[in-house]
Design a protein around this ligand. Structure first.
Ligand SMILES: [Zn+2]
Ligand SMILES: [Zn+2]
Length: 158
């Protein structure tokens, strides 16, 4: 396998979190860094080089390790399987939109500082260490599909 001469962003992230660098970990992290929306373990596996044939359990172990080190966060979805995205400082906490039809999870605009502070301002006996806001409904694609379907149905009844 080709050795990288310069440490990549992914390699740097792993190193600063104290995780030893392996090709598989780098590959998974690279995919997550380049993703425009949260990915499930299945999504990640589909994007991995088929030649490397990393199984689902291995991908799951890698994302769990990354999560434990605070590099990625998981987002629960309506389907029950978690989605993963970067949790590094350039990816602040933000709400997510989960389509109940096709299951995709999309990122929404991050919370403003005052909104986040309000959420963190909990009663004295609480220690907040996780904030998750999930909104569900139909994504653009599915909404259009439903509209089209309804139109066809209406026409059929005439
Ligand atoms: Zn959808
Ligand atoms: Zn997100």
């Amino acid at each position: 396998m080709k050795k990288e001469r310069h440490p990549t962003k992914a390699a740097h992230t792993l190193k600063s979190a104290g995780i030893s660098t392996t090709q598989q970990r780098l590959a998974v992290l690279n995919i997550l860094q380049q993703a425009s929306r949260p990915l499930s373990v299945g999504d990640i596996r589909k994007q991995l080089d088929p030649v490397s044939s990393v199984n689902k359990v291995t991908v799951y172990r890698i994302v769990s390790l990354l999560k434990k080190q605070g590099i990625v966060r998981d987002i629960s979805s309506a389907s029950g399987s978690p989605y993963f995205e970067m949790a590094t400082s350039d990816h602040p906490v933000h709400p997510h939109f989960n389509c109940t039809s096709c299951g995709t999870v999309n990122c929404l605009t991050p919370l403003t500082f005052s909104q986040a502070r309000q959420l963190l301002n909990q009663p004295d006996n609480f220690s907040v260490d996780h904030i998750e806001i999930n909104i569900s409904g139909l994504c653009n694609g599915c909404l259009h599909a439903t509209k089209l379907q309804n139109q066809t149905l209406k026409k059929g009844h005439r």
